[in-house]
Write a protein that binds this ligand. Structure first.
Ligand SMILES: *[C@@H]1O[C@H](CO)[C@@H](O)[C@H](O)[C@H]1NC(C)=O
Ligand SMILES: *[C@@H]1O[C@H](CO)[C@@H](O)[C@H](O)[C@H]1NC(C)=O
Ligand SMILES: *[C@@H]1O[C@H](CO)[C@@H](O)[C@H](O)[C@H]1NC(C)=O
Ligand SMILES: *[C@@H]1O[C@H](CO)[C@@H](O)[C@H](O)[C@H]1NC(C)=O
Ligand SMILES: *[C@@H]1O[C@H](CO)[C@@H](O)[C@H](O)[C@H]1NC(C)=O
Ligand SMILES: *[C@@H]1O[C@H](CO)[C@@H](O)[C@H](O)[C@H]1NC(C)=O
Ligand SMILES: *[C@@H]1O[C@H](CO)[C@@H](O)[C@H](O)[C@H]1NC(C)=O
Ligand SMILES: *[C@@H]1O[C@H](CO)[C@@H](O)[C@H](O)[C@H]1NC(C)=O
Ligand SMILES: *[C@@H]1O[C@H](CO)[C@@H](O)[C@H](O)[C@H]1NC(C)=O
Ligand SMILES: *[C@@H]1O[C@H](CO)[C@@H](O)[C@H](O)[C@H]1NC(C)=O
Length: 379
């Protein structure tokens, strides 16, 4: 064929130039050649829409031209990223990926990968970003991931993973973002999770986690986002949670938490979003919680909380946009100052035992939803 006749000499020329430019030792060329073998081996377990991986073939020598591949600039050019997000690919993740020894990003999100996560991925010393989310992966999270010293971002969310969260991930000194949401992970939260010096964003919602929330033993871990919603976490909220002093967003909705809300939560000054909805929390709400100027979203609905709402709540929660206190046992009047909470968009006070008159909410310019039903209010 004419095309291959043209291709072949240029292929040889390329090989020659390539090895010349990397000025040998041959071992270096061999590493680049290993990348090629590893990618072809990775491909051998995949199927997908025709065309997606058509460029991945023996006919095209330069892997840097293959679909989804990024190479380093200096010679020898090594594969540093594999991006195959939303390509409709089915198949399993071959342990061969562990031979891509220079890879920094593995992005396979939103495909139809099935089978397990190969533990060999933990051998990749340079891997920074691992995104295998939104596939059909099953089995355990390999503990070896925690020993990968460059790893900063792990997203395994929306798969069918089982087993426990490896303690090694909590001990990782490089990991900043850990998203394992919407799987079937069980067991307890790793004890070291809140003793981290690197984790900033932890999403573990919609799993089957059990046990209680571990005590926070460090002064101010860097955690800003923590979502443990929709698990089976039980026990009390430890007052040491207040030591998570960098928190911006804390979500504990839909667990089996009992006891009272610790006062210490109200002293987390950056906190903007707090949801403790649908637990079995009781007692009064500590005044410190209604006194958080940063708070925009507070949801305490579906618990057994009692007491009166503070009279000057609109001054002490000046930025509140959503306030959900429905289905509790709050009593007393609706605070007369509430219609001055200028930013208020959604206010749910239904199903309590609030009494007296309903204040005039017509002055609130941003109010979209207001539900005061199932109370003992006078009209
Ligand atoms: C590439 O070539 C090798 C032999 O050099 C062969 O074993 C392998 O099956 C080929 N792979 C593909 C995807 O064609
Ligand atoms: C990596 O490559 C070497 C040599 O090419 C091979 O022997 C080994 O099986 C490969 N490892 C994996 C995990 O594929
Ligand atoms: C996903 O992969 C499974 C096999 O693991 C296959 O049965 C199914 O048809 C695939 N779905 C899509 C949308 O490709
Ligand atoms: C917390 O971290 C410190 C320092 O890294 C370590 O000495 C201590 O043992 C850890 N505690 C737990 C409960 O993991
Ligand atoms: C953690 O919180 C508890 C209870 O609020 C407090 O007694 C303790 O001193 C705090 N520990 C650290 C290390 O800040
Ligand atoms: C809530 O906790 C109380 C004890 O504080 C218990 O009697 C009750 O059964 C719990 N309700 C639910 C729905 O777990
Ligand atoms: C509310 O916060 C202010 C300062 O932000 C503080 O002076 C006051 O003591 C707090 N009140 C309560 C009940 O925590
Ligand atoms: C409270 O629970 C009921 C019934 O389980 C549910 O329909 C409602 O959406 C919950 N409300 C909130 C605010 O979570
Ligand atoms: C809130 O109310 C208390 C007593 O009801 C009062 O001492 C305090 O000054 C009020 N704070 C603001 C900001 O209005
Ligand atoms: C009102 O709250 C009670 C528990 O206090 C609950 O059983 C009931 O379903 C709630 N009703 C509505 C309309 O939310």
């Amino acid at each position: 064929m004419a095309s291959s006749a043209v291709l072949f000499p240029s292929f040889v020329w390329f090989l020659y130039l390539f090895c010349f430019l990397c000025s040998l030792p041959l071992a270096i060329c061999k590493e680049a050649e290993n990348d090629r073998h590893a990618l072809l081996c990775f491909k051998s377990r995949l199927s997908g829409p025709a065309g997606v991986l058509a460029s991945w073939s023996n006919k095209s020598f330069d892997v840097c031209e293959w679909h989804g591949i990024t190479c380093s600039k200096p010679y020898p050019r090594r594969v540093i990223a594999l991006d195959l997000e939303s390509e409709g690919i089915s198949g399993s993740i071959s342990p061969c990926v562990a031979n891509l020894t220079s890879i920094t990003r593995l992005q396979l999100s939103n495909n139809n990968f099935s089978g397990g996560i190969p533990s060999e991925i933990g051998l990749l010393r340079r891997l920074r970003d691992l995104d295998l989310s939104r596939n059909n992966l099953e089995g355990n999270i390999p503990p070896s991931l925690g020993s990968s010293s460059s790893l900063t971002y792990v997203n395994l969310g929306v798969n069918a993973l089982t087993g426990v969260i490896p303690e090694s991930l909590a001990y990782s000194s490089s990991l900043r973002i850990l998203w394992l949401n919407s799987n079937s992970l069980g067991g307890k939260l790793p004890k070291a999770l809140f003793n981290t010096s690197s984790l900033v964003d932890i999403s573990l919602q919609q799993n089957n986690l059990v046990g209680s929330i571990p005590v926070v033993t460090t002064t101010s871990p860097p955690i800003e986002y923590l979502d443990l919603s929709d698990n089976h976490i039980s026990g009390k909220l430890p007052s040491s949670l207040g030591n998570l002093s960098s928190l911006v967003d804390l979500r504990l909705t839909g667990n089996n938490l009992v006891g009272s809300i610790p006062e210490s939560l109200g002293y987390i000054s950056p906190l903007q979003i707090l949801t403790l909805t649908a637990n079995n929390l009781s007692g009064t709400v500590p005044p410190s919680l209604f006194n958080m100027s940063s708070l925009t979203f507070l949801s305490l609905g579906n618990n057994s909380l009692v007491g009166r709402l503070p009279p000057n709540i609109s001054y002490t929660l000046p930025n509140i946009q959503t306030l959900v206190l429905s289905t509790n046992k709050f009593d007393g009047p609706i605070p007369a100052s509430l219609p001055k909470a200028y930013n208020l968009r959604r206010l749910y006070l239904y199903n309590n035992t609030l009494t007296e008159f309903i204040p005039f909410f017509g002055s609130l310019p941003n109010l979209e939803e207001l539900d005061l039903s199932y109370n003992r209010l006078e009209t």
